[in-house]
Write a protein of this length. Sequence first.
Length: 615
Amino acid sequence: MNITVLFRRLRFVELRRLLVIISLVIAAEVVFQCFTLPNRRASSLSPTDMGSKLVMVGNATVSNHLKTTKIAAVNVVANDTDASNLGGKDGYQKETEETIIGYVIRTNKSITLVKAMENGHGDLERELADEVETRYNLKYESKSLGGVGNNAGIVPVISDSFSTAHIFSGGNVKQTEETQPKNTALLQTVSVILNNNSTISSMPMLKRSKQQPILLSQMNSILLQNHLSSLGMRPRWSSKRDRELLLARQKIENAPSVRNRPGLYASVFRNVSMFIRSYELMGRMLKVYIYREGEKPIFHQQKMRGIYASEGWFMKLMEGNRKFVVRDPKKAHLFYLPFSTTMLRTALFQPKFHSHKNLEKFLRNYVELIAGKYRFWNRTGGADHFLVACHDWASQLTRNHMRNCIRVLCNANVARGFTIGKDTTLPVTYVRSVQDPSSDLGGKPPTERPILAFFAGGMHGYLRPILLHYWGDKEPDMKIFGPMPRDIEGKKIYRDYMKSSKYCICARGYEVHTPRVVEAIFYECVPVIISDNYVPPFFELLNWESFSVFVQEKDVPNLRNILLSITEEKYLALQSRVKMVQQHFLWHKQPVKYDLFHMILHSVWYNRVFHIKPR
């Protein structure tokens, strides 16, 4: 017994010694950090000097003359009350398994945003910039990096006239085999000079995911597999509407062969016979119930202009439709959830709702209201319900409680939860005139288009700076620019370039989608889509390879050679089919046959028909 007690005391003494050693190591590290940071009296990294909150978000190097030490990069946010909106667990600063999303450094009179975008989280940078701009009345701009070779690029900067933090080009980053990004050799680095001459350097501005992109051929296989497998849960009880949809599916699968139909062109469709049969059945059979619950502006209110206008136009035309809409939900094949993610973000993204989680909770409460008041949601788990949303956040906000719904999304990223064969892609249509949303169509004939390729736009995300780096001012037939003036003259020049170019570059921005796809079709310019994992609009119906070109992001350095390798004969065929498909991407104040409204509704109908499981 005495031996046992003695043994326990010895173990306790050893534990105390271990704790003392650990404490001494931690204390030594803190002292070392204090001496390596230059004169803490002026350091903008000091929470005691500024009353700031520090949020660790990744690795960086802090230099002091000849001494350097590796520490965690810090997100310094002045005043703890602002931290929830600028960083932290529920804020914008997030760390993924692959890379750092971004961080903010605040000095006495400036805020500098340094961004490393990866894995589809590009909207975080822009939304953070918007929040900082509003909160601190600062200007958001893009500043060029110098750099050499792969280290050149663009990084967004937020600062005011009293800025003491700025960005300059970083040196080459030596990478080990373990940290070398796969699938690309492109890497941007930046350094930030603080007002005390300390430096945070060598932050990667582009680090490609180790995951291989999903190619178009693979998307085709996924579509076929998902239609054959009839995704989704079996309904809790059968209904007459399900039997009608199953009969419609049988008729579509056995559609009589049709080569052409006035106003339709077989070459731009996967199967024009099935489309014609399906479209006719939709016109005769489909009934949609629209829930009346929900108050404006999030529900039943449309935003008809701007980059997110697609969701507003569909909502307006759907709610005003007499052919498809029914008042009795028992007669409906589909149920429409009439909310706008754009208005949701605008109305609720305030201090009370400062994160995506709170916006998700708002939508969850809406679903619970619908499920509690009606029996239709619970019958199928929401599989016969659909939503139409164009904001970048829509895919994230609807991926949990609305995951079974047919989601019509602009941000159609197959690597981020978009389900081919169930969900469908909403075209991003930048509507400038509500009175005439499809004005100024067309362009020059193919023989009068001297420009090989054209792109102009903001340096959003990681890809566009690379595109500009490789092809800006490099070749006379490659017109690759940054943002153009947004006045009337600048917009006219932009349109004239599209109308005079053979190929229009549709490079992803913060997210995978871009309005340039539809703009290219408007101006009869062959779209060149550079956006890995993007599912193009109406993918289940249209043969996109017949009227557009797909280039992987890693192939940007070889872009000109890829385009020059396309024969004149093939280019003329692509361009002629762009004109054929144009009618399917037009809004009309009063919907017409095969237009954008009907194509969206048909894709929802078509996916539901091939998604349904019999009881």
